[in-house]
Write a protein that binds this ligand. Structure first.
Ligand code: ZN
Length: 508
């Protein structure tokens, strides 16, 4: 690393400003107060825009380097490169950032209304999980579309246009290709997804019919029925639990995998509050030193799924070497989400739920085992969300009607879903606003997670994850978490599995 001493210093300076920006973002998300998120962003881009910094990086690229240093310089170069095209591009970047912070504020502080009453997002979920009246569920499901218009009025279409303009000036085919370049993904990674969706569609349809007939006496089950049916399949999901004990529960569970989170500096903010964001997040504020988790729980067992997922992110971040500032920047979002989803899936395994359902453990496992294949096939819906998100940047969008039309078109072409409303809920998913072209990370992360389980069993001659819990944790730490920044995603996938990335692991 000595060859890159100055470059490492630059990366550390950038990291320090990132930490500041992340702290302020955290405050904004948990309190609704903006103490200067955009200004902090501007300060961090100063490091990125600095000409001397970039020259040092360019000089570093010319050196004879070890393969690890080559990886380091590639990561830094990719981060700095877009800031040295033109002042116009930099101005646009700031404008995009300001707009997206402003729109995130609209989303975070928006509250839905149901029959004249203000309801929290978690309440809508609760209705979707437990309300036997299908018409009320449908109303609750569609209520999430209420934020579409305010988001568009606030400037969402302008934000999309700014991003398109940014990609044009940068010279990318579209904003999608631009984002993928910075994710170190080839656009070809999406080739064949339409066909895979088509292959998986019949078994999705079959299950929708089956669960509709069995649990609703009316088939097929519709999107506003899914959470309700899942709660019918496994009523344990809705069981009341005492969330005041969440830290003992999480610590105890992760210890079984060999992760001692009591040693990590993880702050949890888990209960709902006014003006607090209604979702679940992990803020990796300072690698290995400061992780924070935002969630909104109301004492139901299924909410542990979010806490397991977000704690997964924290474990990942805490297991990185804080000294490796540059390699840490190179960790793919897919690996992050894949590991977090893998941790979230333990919600359905007795090693986790056993501590809640004591004598009913065997029955609960049967219920969860019935649930799992449905949850797996249901993921096909994400393909429509991913292509909708990409479509925003590949289609001419000028109004809310255009966005709605695009959403319905993607659901029709990929899922054969006929429109059930002309104003479908989409804006409430904050990703379209703050993390465009990111949804594939969850989906591909799931595929990655399936591959990891599969591969671990193969390594252990058929012994499953449950046979050696600590062994699995150790495998994840060594094979996935520690080297996660060292290789771009597709290379890491191939190194572990011996094969290129493919959706085949999704078929089960
Ligand atoms: Zn996540």
């Amino acid at each position: 690393m000595n060859d890159l001493k100055e470059v490492v210093e630059i990366a550390r300076a950038l990291h320090a400003r990132n930490v500041e920006h992340a702290r302020l973002s955290w405050v904004q998300y948990v309190t609704g107060y903006d103490f200067g998120v955009s200004q902090a962003y501007e300060k961090l881009t100063e490091v990125l825009k600095d000409k001397n910094n970039f020259e040092t990086i360019l000089a570093g690229r010319e050196k004879e380097l070890s393969s690890l240093d080559r990886r380091r310089i590639d990561i830094v170069y990719l981060a700095f490169k877009p800031y040295h095209f033109s002042p116009e591009l930099n101005e646009l970047d700031l404008e995009i950032e300001r707009k997206s912070v402003q729109l995130a504020q609209i989303l975070n502080t928006h509250r839905f209304v149901l029959d004249g009453r203000t309801v929290r997002s978690t309440e809508l979920t609760q209705i979707l999980r437990s309300e036997p009246d299908r018409a009320i569920r449908k109303k609750a499901f569609l209520a999430r579309a209420q934020v579409n218009q305010p988001l568009v009025d606030g400037g969402f279409i302008d934000l999309v246009k700014l991003r398109k303009e940014y990609a044009r000036l940068y010279g990318s085919a579209s904003f999608v290709e631009l984002k993928l370049e910075f994710d170190e993904l080839k656009p070809s990674v999406f080739v064949g997804w339409h066909e895979t969706a088509r292959t998986l569609l019949p078994s999705y349809e079959k299950r929708r019919m089956a669960i509709g007939e069995k649990y609703l006496k009316d088939a097929p089950a519709m999107p506003w029925d899914y959470l309700y049916v899942e709660a019918q399949m496994a009523p344990e999901l809705n069981s009341p639990v005492d969330m005041a004990k969440y830290d003992d529960v999480l610590q105890g569970f992760f210890f079984k995998l060999g992760f001692d989170i009591s040693k990590d500096n993880i702050t949890y903010d888990v209960f709902p509050r006014r003006n607090k964001s209604e979702w679940g997040y992990h803020f990796g504020i300072d690698t290995g030193a400061d992780s924070r988790i935002l969630a909104n729980v109301e004492n139901r067992f299924h909410e542990y799924g979010v806490l397991l997922h977000e704690t997964g992110h924290a474990i990942h971040t805490c297991s990185l070497d804080p000294q490796e500032t540059i390699l840490n920047m190179g960790t793919s979002g897919i690996v992050h989400e894949g590991f977090a989803n893998l941790m979230g899936q333990f919600l359905y395994e007795k090693e986790f739920f056993g501590q809640f359902f004591g004598s009913d453990t065997a029955r609960t496992q049967v219920a969860f085992d019935e649930l799992k294949p449905w949850l797996q096939i249901k993921k096909i819906r994400e393909v429509a969300s991913i292509f909708f998100d990409q479509g925003l940047y590949r289609t001419n969008i000028t109004s809310l009607d255009d966005v709605n039309g695009l959403f319905l078109e993607k659901h029709r072409s990929l899922l054969k879903e006929e429109p059930y409303t002309d104003n479908p809920p989409w804006a409430f998913r904050i990703h379209h606003t703050t993390h465009p072209i990111y949804l594939h990370s969850y989906f591909m992360g799931d595929v990655f997670a399936e591959m990891l389980k599969h591969h671990y069993c193969k390594l252990n001659r058929g012994a499953s994850v449950k046979d050696d819990f600590k062994g699995f944790g150790q495998f994840l730490l060594e094979a996935v978490l520690k080297p996660s920044g060292t290789y771009p995603f597709e290379e890491l996938f191939q190194r572990i599995s011996g094969e290129p990335f493919s959706l085949k692991y999704l078929a089960g």
